[in-house]
Design a protein around this ligand. Structure first.
Ligand code: BTN
Length: 328
C-alpha cells in the first residue's frame, strides 16, 4: 500500500485528501496514516495539512547538483555534469555538445525526456520523477573497430553502478538490457561519431536510462509485466542522485579501462549475461530463426548454434530468450 500511496502523491500536483486516498485504495484512514508514517521513516518528506491532506515534497527525490556533486568528490568528471528538468533526448543533446567541442566526461542528466530514444529506432519512455536518463561523452582515440565491445562495457559498468547504489547486481540480456527477476530495469544506447577520412572515432555518446522509482502501475499496461524499477526490486525508495553518482563513477572508470582491459571486461560481461546457454529466437528483417546461445565473442557478438555443431556470429537483430521469462 505504501507504494500505491506514493504513486498517488507523485501524480498529484498538490495536496490529496486522506479521504480521497482511502476511497481510491479502499482502506481506512488509520491504514493510510500508518503507511504515510512508514514512508516518512524511509526518508520521504510528506507534508500534511488540516483539511487539505497529504503532499509529497518534490525535493526529496529531485535530481539536483546540490545533492549529486558531494557524491562525486574526487571524480574527474564532476565539473562537467549538468542536470536539466526536460530535454528531447540526452543522447541527441550530448551529440550536439560533442559537435561544439565539449570535452570527454561531459554528462547530461534529465529528469524527463520528451523524445527518449532506444535501439532499433524505438522510443524510450522517460517519465518525470522516476528514472535517471543520462548520456556521457567519451573521446577515445581509436578506430571504430576497437570499440565494438563498447555497449557491453557500458552494460558491465551499469551493473557495477546498480550494485554499488542499491545492493543487488542486475543481469544482462544480450546486448544492452539490464534485467532482474524477469523485468527490464534499464536500456543502453551507444552512438559513435567517426571521421571517415582518417577512420578514427571523434566521439562516443553512451546513453543509459534506468527505471528507479516506478511502481508497477506507473508503467504503461503494455509493458507492465515486463518492466521493473530498482525500488520495486529492493522494496525501498531509491535516491536517484545516488544512482546517478554511481553511474557517473562507473562510466569514468570504464572510460579509463575499456581499451586496455577489454578481455577482463568481456569476461565479466559473459558472467553477467543471462542469454548465454539459453534457447533463443532471432528476428532479422522478416526472418525468424531459433537456436542455442553458446557464448559472446571478444567484440560482443552473440555466438549461436542454429544447427547443432555449427556456431554462427550474431551481431545485430532482435533476440528473445525462449521459455523462462515473460518478455525476455
Ligand atoms: C533501449 O532500451 O533500447 C535503449 C534505451 C536507452 C535510453 C537512454 S535514456 C538516456 C539516453 N537518451 C536517449 O534518448 N536514450 C538513452
Amino acid at each position: 500500500m505504501k507504494e500505491q500511496i506514493l504513486s498517488i502523491l507523485r501524480q498529484a500536483s498538490g495536496y490529496v485528501s486522506g479521504e480521497a486516498i482511502c476511497k481510491t485504495l479502499g482502506v481506512s484512514r488509520a491504514s493510510v496514516w500508518k503507511a504515510v508514517e512508514k514512508l516518512r521513516q524511509e526518508g520521504y518528506v510528506i507534508e500534511s495539512a488540516t483539511n487539505r491532506g497529504y503532499r509529497l515534497a518534490h525535493a526529496t527525490s529531485r535530481l539536483c547538483l546540490q545533492e549529486l556533486l558531494p557524491l562525486l568528490e574526487d571524480c574527474p568528471w564532476k565539473d562537467t555534469v549538468q542536470i536539466v528538468e526536460q530535454v528531447d533526448s540526452t543522447n541527441t543533446r550530448v551529440k550536439a555538445l560533442a559537435a561544439q567541442g565539449a570535452p570527454a566526461g561531459t554528462v547530461l542528466i534529465a529528469d524527463t525526456q520528451t523524445g527518449g530514444r532506444g535501439r532499433l529506432g524505438r522510443n524510450f519512455s522517460s517519465p518525470s520523477g522516476m528514472g535517471v536518463y543520462l548520456s556521457a561523452l567519451l573521446r577515445p582515440s581509436c578506430a571504430p573497430q576497437a570499440l565494438m565491445h563498447l555497449t557491453c562495457a557500458v552494460a558491465v559498468a551499469m551493473c557495477d553502478a546498480v550494485e554499488k547504489a542499491v545492493g543487488f547486481r542486475p543481469e544482462i540480456k544480450w546486448t544492452n538490457d539490464l534485467v532482474y527477476r524477469r523485468r527490464k530495469l534499464a536500456g543502453i544506447l551507444t552512438e559513435l561519431g567517426v571521421e571517415a577520412e582518417i577512420g578514427q572515432v571523434t566521439y562516443a555518446v553512451v546513453g543509459i536510462g534506468i527505471n528507479c522509482c516506478q511502481s508497477p502501475e506507473d508503467f504503461p499496461p503494455e509493458i507492465r509485466n515486463k518492466a521493473g524499477s530498482l525500488s520495486m526490486m529492493i522494496e525501498r525508495p531509491v535516491n536517484r542522485n545516488q544512482v546517478a553518482a554511481a553511474m557517473i563513477r562507473a562510466l569514468e572508470r570504464m572510460e579509463r579501462t575499456m581499451l586496455t582491459e577489454k578481455a577482463a571486461i568481456m569476461e565479466q560481461y559473459r558472467s553477467d549475461c543471462i542469454t548465454i546457454g539459453r534457447q533463443i529466437s532471432l528476428v532479422r528483417g522478416e526472418v525468424l530463426r531459433h537456436g542455442q546461445a553458446v557464448g559472446v565473442d571478444a567484440d560482443g557478438a552473440l555466438l549461436v548454434e542454429f544447427t547443432p555443431g555449427q556456431v554462427e556470429t550474431v551481431g545485430s537483430g532482435e533476440v528473445s530468450i525462449q521459455g523462462m521469462y515473460g518478455y525476455l
